[in-house]
Design a protein around this ligand. Structure first.
Ligand SMILES: NC(=O)c1ccc[n+]([C@@H]2O[C@H](COP(=O)([O-])OP(=O)(O)OC[C@H]3O[C@@H](n4cnc5c(N)ncnc54)[C@H](OP(=O)(O)O)[C@@H]3O)[C@@H](O)[C@H]2O)c1
Length: 262
C-alpha cells in the first residue's frame, strides 16, 4: 500500500470510509469521493487530522463528466493512479410490481454505470501503473433476492463487467477483482430507496450476523495486494455461493420461506 494512489468512490461514510482509513493507515494516498460535499469534507478533515494522505473530490459516479473530474483530480493531486475501488452504491426495497420505474433506473445508474464510468476514465492511467480495478458487489450479486431485485441485478451486472475486463485488460497487466461483500454493519447515515424512489434511512436488519466495515476494508485491501480476481466474503457468503452452485433449490427454499413469512 505504501505510496499507492487509491481512488475509492462513495467513501464519505460506511465501507468506503473504512477502506480509506485502513488503506491510508498502511501508507496509501487516498482519493475520497461522494456526492454530498459537506459530509465528504467532514470525512476528509477527519482522516487528515489522523495524519493520512488524502484528497477529496465531490461528484456523482453515475455521470461520466463527474467521473472524468475525479480521475483528473487524482492525477493532478498525486500524479498517478494505482487502484480504483468502485464502491459507491445504493440499495432499495420493494417488489418488482410495487417499485416505481425510476427506482430501476436510479439503482442501475449508480451501481452499474457508476462503476463503468470511473473504470473507463481510469484505464489509461492504470495501464501505466499496472494497477487494480475492484468492483464491490454483494451476496445479492450471486443470487436474486426477493424485494431486492434491482439491487441484485445491478450487482450481477458487475460480474459480467469484471469478467469481460479480466480478459480485455490482462495483456496490460491491469488487475480486475470483484468482491462479493456479505452483510456488513451499516453506517447510521446509510439510506436506501423505498418503492416510490424516496430516500429513506436503511431499515434495521437485526436478524443477520454482520461484519464490521473495517473487516470488509481489510479483505478488499488484501485483494488489491494479492491481485485476487474474485472473493466471496464471510462464511455465510461462502455458504450461499456454494449452495447456490450445487444445490440452488435449497437456497431458493430458504429465501422463499423467509419472504413468505413476512
Ligand atoms: N452494507 C452492506 O451490508 C453491504 C453488503 C454488501 C455490499 N455492499 C456494497 O458496499 C458498498 C458500500 O456500501 P455501504 O453500506 O458502505 O453504503 P453507504 O453507507 O450507503 O455509503 C454509500 C457511499 O456512497 C456514496 N454514494 C452514493 N451514491 C453515489 C453516487 N451516485 N456518486 C458518488 N458517491 C455516491 C455515499 O455518499 P453520497 O450519498 O454523499 O453520495 C456514501 O459515501 C455498496 O456498493 C454496497 O452495495 C454493502
Amino acid at each position: 500500500m505504501q505510496d499507492k494512489v487509491i481512488i475509492i468512490t462513495g467513501s464519505s461514510i460506511g465501507i468506503g470510509r473504512a477502506m480509506a482509513r485502513i488503506m491510508g493507515q498502511r501508507g496509501a494516498k487516498i482519493v475520497l469521493n461522494a456526492r454530498n460535499a459537506e459530509r465528504l469534507n467532514a470525512t476528509y478533515q477527519q482522516l487528515l487530522s489522523e495524519g493520512l494522505s488524502v484528497t477529496a473530490i465531490a461528484g456523482d459516479v453515475s455521470k461520466m463528466e463527474d467521473c472524468q473530474k475525479i480521475i483528473d483530480h487524482a492525477i493532478a493531486t498525486f500524479g498517478k493512479i494505482d487502484a480504483l475501488v468502485n464502491n459507491a452504491g445504493i440499495s432499495m426495497e420493494g417488489t418488482v410490481e410495487d417499485l416505481s420505474p425510476e427506482v430501476f433506473k436510479k439503482v442501475m445508474d449508480v451501481n452499474y454505470l457508476g462503476s463503468v464510468f470511473p473504470t473507463k476514465c481510469a484505464i489509461p492511467h492504470l495501464r501505466k501503473t499496472k494497477g487494480s480495478i475492484i468492483f464491490i458487489s454483494s451476496a445479492a450479486g450471486i443470487r436474486g433476492i426477493p424485494k431486492f431485485s434491482v439491487y441484485s441485478s445491478s450487482k450481477m451486472a458487475l460480474t459480467a463487467l469484471a469478467e469481460s475486463l479480466q480478459i480485455e485488460l490482462e495483456k496490460d497487466n491491469i488487475h480486475t477483482g470483484i468482491a462479493y461483500v456479505g452483510f456488513t454493519e451499516n453506517d447510521p447515515q446509510k439510506t436506501i430507496y423505498d418503492a416510490n424512489g424516496k430516500v429513506i434511512p436503511q431499515p434495521n436488519r437485526n436478524l443477520v450476523k454482520t461484519e464490521p466495515p473495517e473487516a470488509v476494508a481489510k479483505r478488499v485491501m488484501n485483494m488489491i495486494e494479492n491481485r485476487t480476481q474474485k472473493s466471496v466474503f464471510t462464511p455465510l457468503g461462502k455458504l450461499n455461493a456454494f449452495m447456490n452452485r450445487f444445490a440452488p433449490f435449497i437456497v431458493k427454499k430458504v429465501l422463499s420461506n423467509n419472504y413468505h413469512k413476512d
